[in-house]
Design a protein around this ligand. Structure first.
Ligand code: GDP
Ligand code: MG
Length: 164
């Protein structure tokens, strides 16, 4: 059967935007405020010769910061249990946040393949230290992407497909 790829990350980092771009249509709900992705959503995707099932683990994303970490842990656990490869998304504009580190620890311990996508790198001309700080998560090379501008997505999927 097809490999399963799950997208995990804090509210508002761009999970649903990435999902929709990769799925090729607006399936998942994107909004300016956290708390809007209603359900876990699946799509069949193809990249070059690879077919896979993509999951947006967004769920019901809370607005309250004390619930966010608990929910991220739950999403990460779902991804660990069901996915063959996990795309862990962080947001270059917000930088490295404590809950990113906690979830990265959890993903690392699972030994599942994780690809680290640093989203909202809307200009590839000037990315630098702001991207490199995510090496501190200890889950490998950050792949700069802009889901909104569709930059870096080929590189991201190449990294994902290495684990199929
Ligand atoms: P989710 O909560 O992780 O699913 O995040 P969404 O996909 O709903 O996106 C949250 C916000 O970030 C929305 O306003 C998106 O338009 C915006 N966003 C997503 N990707 C990018 C990007 O690559 N660049 C910029 N500048 N904004 C983005
Ligand atoms: Mg979402």
């Amino acid at each position: 059967s097809k490999p399963i790829v799950a997208i995990v990350g804090r509210p508002n980092v761009g999970k649903s935007t990435l999902f929709n771009v990769l799925a090729g249509s607006a399936i998942s709900i994107v909004k300016d405020t956290p708390g809007v992705t209603r359900d876990r959503i699946y799509a069949d995707c193809t990249w070059l010769s690879h077919s896979f099932t993509l999951i947006d683990t967004g769920g019901i994303e809370p607005d309250s910061s004390d619930i966010i970490l608990a929910q991220m842990r739950e999403q990460a656990q779902i991804a660990i249990d069901t996915a063959d490869v996990i795309i862990f998304i962080v947001d270059v504009r917000q930088g490295l946040v404590d809950s990113d580190s906690k979830v990265a620890d959890m993903l690392r311990k699972s030994r599942k393949p994780v690809v680290l996508a640093v989203n909202k790198v809307d200009s590839f001309e000037k990315f630098g230290n702001d991207v490199y700080e995510f090496y501190n998560l200890g889950i490998g090379d950050p792949v700069p992407v802009s889901a909104a501008s569709r930059l870096g997505l080929g590189e991201l999927l190449d990294e994902v497909a290495k684990h199929f």
